[in-house]
Ligand binder design. Structure first.
Ligand SMILES: [Zn+2]
Length: 70
């Protein structure tokens, strides 16, 4: 089940929530100010700062930097 990142439209707080397919997060509420209908951010299943390494290799000349050794 994917985890989406939302941002409160009132206070700007970012938070994550698991959502089933078809849900749009409109029923979610901000954990800080309780405002509803947060904005869903365009993000992957993993947010920046998580323990998942970045495998995109954007700045790596070989594209294998950060990959575990074979
Ligand atoms: Zn808020």
């Amino acid at each position: 089940m994917p985890i989406y990142e939302y941002q409160c439209t009132e206070c700007g707080k970012k938070f994550e929530a698991r959502q089933s397919m078809g849900e749009d997060g409109s029923e979610l509420g901000c954990p800080v100010c309780k405002a509803g209908n947060p904005k869903r951010l365009l993000s992957s299943f993993f947010s920046p700062g998580s323990s998942m390494p970045d495998f995109s290799g954007g700045s790596c000349p070989t594209g294998t930097c950060g990959l575990p050794p074979m």
